[in-house]
Design a protein around this ligand. Structure first.
Ligand SMILES: Cc1cc2nc3c(=O)[nH]c(=O)nc-3n(C[C@H](O)[C@H](O)[C@H](O)COP(=O)(O)OP(=O)(O)OC[C@H]3O[C@@H](n4cnc5c(N)ncnc54)[C@H](O)[C@@H]3O)c2cc1C
Ligand SMILES: *[C@@H]1O[C@H](CO)[C@@H](O)[C@H](O)[C@H]1NC(C)=O
Length: 436
């Protein structure tokens, strides 16, 4: 199969990984008429309990892809997010209803349902093709094309494209092939977490839509994730335990930490998954014709829901870069800007903010938190200052970046030329509450 570099920029893209990032990127490209082939090693979409909350910059992209209304309709818009002591005492909260009417406000919908929506939309696009049971095992590229070697039920084959995007998650084969199996700079937390989906009536105890409990040992998050009583309960655990030991400790943890000190007969667990948690960022998000987006490029702990939110913002930016090249208004150099900007956003926003979010739960004395935790003080301020509350809750929009300003047809394109893409994150600290 020959791939020609026509004047339209390029002719074909391969996306590796049919998770939320791969599906969204493919949907955006296919809606633009760009041929895209998706390769997924599994035989269906993933069902594990992972992302549930998508912040404003992610909703912006989901709206742009034409799925925002459906995501909102199948999910819901959370009201109050708050921080509590383990006895239930509320320390501070943020009321999301000040953003009512904002099409980009945060939505809660479990990841498997988001995946199903994206999947349904992408299968309607004539230029998109999904191949399940296609496992990418090796990669290569030259001046004219990139390729992946794929293992499928039909045997091994080579598939080529102009650009190949690794949306293949935390264990990305594309990243490992580019940089080495062990090369994913960053760190792993000593603390590990257990994520459950649980039916239990937290509302009976006055719990809000999202509750973060500050405690040195029994820290956790309880967050409503459906309209029929399903909650995500994610809690911290001791290091060094096996998955079986973690699961065995769950009834003790729930009895100790949840309001009402429930016995197993008082709740129903729909799923339970232990996770090791990491803060990691790939060396680059572009190497020639290969690109990385979302978890393949960066990981963070899940508190605050910045993982996929950041990944979705990558995808929107990468889409704009690829469309620019396809339409002949950008050179492939724009992909280096993509790599630099998205890596800077991780380093300056996602990594510090998500690290603060988890440390807030276990690394401070809940009795002193209101005196010493600047973030909680800002949350308190939102209760009396609506304008500040709006600014505070949309501060995470600093993750966005408009790559179209680097198009040759953009107004002021010269100023925005390659090399001039530095951005200021001053003001960010105030807006999103990074306090260190
Ligand atoms: C408990 C928990 C809670 C979370 N909560 C939130 C939240 O509220 N908000 C938020 O924004 N984020 C959250 N996250 C993070 C979020 O779930 C991830 O960022 C997101 O799922 C990553 O999506 P992805 O498409 O990059 O990768 P994945 O969903 O991991 O998809 C990668 C796909 O690539 C496939 N693949 C891998 N290797 C190959 C190969 N060699 N060949 C072919 N296919 C391959 C895999 O089978 C998989 O289908 C949470 C994570 C956890 C663990
Ligand atoms: C520049 O090109 C892009 C991509 O083709 C197009 O969407 C956009 O409208 C153009 N902008 C201007 C100002 O012409």
């Amino acid at each position: 199969m020959a791939v020609s570099n026509n004047t339209a920029g390029f002719s074909k893209v391969i996306v590796v990984g049919v998770g939320p990032a791969g599906l969204l990127l493919s949907l955006l490209l296919a809606k633009r008429g760009i041929p895209v082939t998706m390769l997924e090693m599994a035989d269906k979409l993933d069902e594990k309990p992972r992302a549930t909350h998508y912040g404003p910059p992610a909703m912006y992209e989901l709206n742009r892809a034409g799925v925002g209304d459906e995501v909102r309709a199948k999910g819901f818009v959370p009201r109050v997010v708050c921080w509590r002591k383990i006895d239930g005492t509320m320390l501070a909260g943020i009321d999301g209803s000040v953003l009512d009417g904002d099409p980009d406000r945060m939505v809660c919908l479990p990841l498997n349902k988001l995946g199903a929506i994206l999947y349904e939309h992408v299968t309607k696009e004539p230029t998109a093709k999904i191949l399940f049971k296609h496992n990418v095992i090796a990669i290569g590229q030259d001046d004219d094309k990139a390729w992946v070697d794929v293992l499928s039920p039909d045997g091994e084959s080579r598939m080529e494209a102009d650009y190949i995007i690794g949306c293949d998650g935390a264990n990305s084969q594309i990243r490992r092939s580019l940089f080495g199996d062990k090369n994913f700079p960053g760190r792993t937390w000593d603390e590990q977490i257990v994520a459950t989906n649980t039916y239990y009536d937290f509302t009976k105890f006055g719990y809000e839509d999202a509750n973060f409990i500050i405690h040195p040992e029994h820290w956790y998050m309880a967050s409503r994730i459906s309209n029929d009583g399903l909650w995500r309960v994610s809690y911290g655990e001791l290091p060094g335990l096996s998955p079986e030991e973690l699961v065995a400790r769950q009834p003790m943890k729930f009895k100790t930490m949840l309001p009402g000190n429930p016995e197993p007969s008082d709740y129903k667990i729909a799923s339970i998954s232990p996770y090791k948690i990491h803060q990691r960022l790939a060396e680059k998000m572009r190497v020639g014709r290969f690109l990385l987006a979302a978890d393949s490029a960066h990981l963070c702990n899940p508190f605050g829901g910045l993982g996929l939110t950041g990944g979705i913002v990558d995808v929107g930016g990468l889409y704009d870069c690829l469309v620019g090249i396809y339409d002949g208004v950008a050179t492939p150099d724009i992909l280096d800007i993509y790599s630099d900007v998205r890596r800077e956003k991780y380093t300056n926003i996602i990594d510090p903010l998500s690290s603060e979010n988890i440390r807030r739960l276990f690394a401070q004395d809940p009795e002193k938190a209101l005196e010493t935790d600047e973030f909680l003080k800002l949350c308190q301020r939102t209760a009396t200052d609506v304008e500040f509350s709006k600014e505070f809750q949309t501060g995470i929009n600093f993750l966005k970046y408009d790559f179209a300003k680097h198009y040759s047809n953009a107004t002021g394109a010269k100023d925005a030329a390659v090399g001039g893409h530095g951005f200021s994150s001053s003001g960010l600290a105030a807006a999103v509450g990074v306090t260190d």
